[in-house]
Design a binder for this molecule. Structure first.
Ligand SMILES: O=P(O)(O)O[C@@H]1[C@@H](OP(=O)(O)O)[C@H](OP(=O)(O)O)[C@H](O)[C@H](OP(=O)(O)O)[C@H]1OP(=O)(O)O
Ligand SMILES: Nc1ncnc2c1ncn2[C@@H]1O[C@H](COP(=O)(O)OP(=O)(O)OP(=O)(O)O)[C@@H](O)[C@H]1O
Length: 487
């Protein structure tokens, strides 16, 4: 990338999340990930270029030194912090503005610092496998948390039976984030049982929310950009998929696609043994969620039997570093807070805000197994919890391209299920560190999600024919706030 020749016309809007906006290069397989901040947040506008650059470098180092050893060399691309001309960024921001979904416009792209993260465009197969291929298909899945907690410290028993995603759905529908309930359950996807995985992906296709997107040649063809309304057309998707499947299969291209996704998720390409040396302690919680719509006989048939080196297994291992649950971690976070009040200078030594280097990884690995009264124990558990939060919020990108005849013989490139017809690459994105301070937010959110779920499911059980208008009063902390008035 030649920084003195940056031209906004070489870049186009690609997508965005809560924290960053992504543009892709029109010719090269490259993206720029630009941070966003709330429109009213003047503090960020006054952040110096050095501070912004350091923030992005922190993201790079966390991906490279913490998440990569856990998740694997081949699927994590940490990218590079870059400094860009301010004029280019201002023009780019104007150019992409009209393509941004309205629901994301409460934040603006950072055009002040001149800093961004440059990454390979992961919706395309990696360059070494790419050459001149046919049309490329890319499936992005944000799987969310794939296990039920089993910590002794949990007071809210329902959390042992219904997963966070399924409970959160009730809360999201009530506060208008989505219009329709998703039937996807992460425990089905992470089950390792092909039937359950197939149905989990089918449910994602039926109601993608922000958990599934499909790109064709880098363009979004399926998945919602606009938050509340997200009706997708499966017939239109089937038409898009036509060229990828031989004519005899045209009646079922969506099913074929699901099979291909299941195959890629269960495969262990290259078999790098990332994370092997420090496995998360086993969590012996229940392996199915009562919120899943699947029949009981199917749910009980599959117990985290994911192949050891597949992408889902690695992500699940990283998620399971949270073995105390937020209910167990929050008191430890408060203990760290009290310690830092007394010894503020220790903040740097304990690496509360980084740097995310080998020493940080050591702290994570060497956290005492039991509470020995040291400060290393609560700090280690908080670090582990933050890493697990990143793994619970990352996305998997599967880039598929039809195979040439000759490639069908290469064992590591072929999908086993259902037929070896694609070459593919699997990557993980959005591996940013979650701020230390977010633990407090997580604790409150956990409580809101569980309380609302219990209230809503009990209200529906007791009053199946109750009037459609109801009021939810939230009584956490000292106040009593009117939260929802759903109609
Ligand atoms: O808390 P959750 O589970 O709702 O996850 C948030 C995501 O919401 P989701 O439920 O996936 O729609 C949320 O995604 P959306 O903005 O809803 O697309 C973000 O990923 C957020 O992360 P961050 O604060 O931007 O670093 C995520 O927050 P973290 O909890 O990961 O910090
Ligand atoms: N390297 C990449 N290659 C291709 N597409 C990418 C890449 N990085 C991000 N994207 C796209 O941009 C979107 C937003 O990126 P990302 O998930 O990193 O944003 P975010 O703001 O951190 O998300 P979140 O809301 O989860 O915090 C992704 O959903 C993905 O579609």
């Amino acid at each position: 990338m030649e920084l003195d020749k940056m031209d906004e016309n070489d870049w186009k809007y690609h997508g965005e999340g809560n924290k960053s906006l992504v543009v892709s290069h029109v010719q090269h397989s490259q993206v720029l990930r630009l941070l966003k901040y709330p429109t009213e947040d003047a503090e960020h506008a006054h952040q110096t270029s050095e501070q912004a650059f350091k923030h992005i470098q922190n993201i790079v180092e966390f991906s490279k030194n913490v998440m990569k050893p856990l998740l694997g060399e081949t699927c994590v691309h940490h990218g590079e912090a870059v400094k860009l001309p301010l004029d280019f960024l201002r023009q780019l921001s104007l150019k992409v503005q009209q393509e941004r979904p309205e629901s994301r416009c409460d934040k603006v792209m950072d055009t002040f610092s001149g800093c961004a993260l440059c990454l390979p465009n992961l919706t395309q197969l990696s360059a070494c496998r790419l050459s001149d291929r046919g049309p490329q298909l890319c499936i992005e899945i944000k799987p969310k948390c794939g296990f039920l907690p089993s910590s002794q410290l949990i007071m809210k028993e329902v959390k042992r039976r219904v997963c966070r995603f399924c409970m959160h759905q009730h809360f999201k529908i009530a506060n208008g984030k989505w219009k329709r309930m998703s039937r996807y359950c992460p425990l089905d996807l992470f089950s390792g049982n092909k039937q359950r995985m197939y149905l989990a992906i089918k449910h994602l296709l039926e109601e993608p929310q922000n958990n599934l997107k499909i790109f064709k040649n880098g363009e979004l063809i399926y998945g919602c950009e606009e938050v509340a309304s997200c009706q997708q057309d499966l017939d239109a998707l089937a038409c898009h998929l036509g060229p990828y499947f031989p004519p005899q299969d045209t009646d079922a291209p969506v099913n074929e696609l699901i099979q291909a996704i299941v195959g890629a998720l269960l495969d262990s390409p290259g078999c790098d043994h990332a994370g092997d040396h420090w496995r998360a302690p086993p969590v012996d919680g229940c392996t199915y969620c009562e919120g899943s719509p699947l029949p009981c006989e199917l749910l009980q048939n599959g117990n985290h039997s994911l192949p050891k080196d597949c992408i889902l297994h690695k992500i699940l291992q990283a998620q399971m570093l949270d073995n105390l649950d937020i209910e167990g971690v929050y008191p430890l976070y408060k203990r760290v807070e009290r310690y830092l009040e007394e010894f503020p200078k220790e903040r740097g030594k304990l690496q509360i805000d980084g740097p995310y280097n080998e020493k940080f990884l050591e702290k994570l690995k060497n956290c005492p197994a039991e509470d020995d009264g040291s400060i290393e124990y609560p700090v280690g558990k908080v670090h582990q919890y933050r890493v697990s939060m990143t793994a619970k919020d990352c996305s998997i990108l599967i880039a598929l391209s039809p195979c040439g005849e000759d490639e069908l013989l290469e064992p590591n490139l072929d999908l086993q299920a259902p037929k070896p017809r694609f070459t593919y690459s699997v990557s993980i994105l959005d591996l940013d560190p979650k701020p230390y301070e977010s633990i407090s937010h997580q604790y409150k959110l956990d409580s809101k999600i569980v309380n609302y779920y219990l209230w809503n499911t009990q209200a529906n059980q007791n009053k199946p024919h109750a009037p459609a208008t109801h009021v939810y009063l939230e009584r956490d902390a000292q106040d009593c706030t009117l939260v929802f008035q759903a109609v």
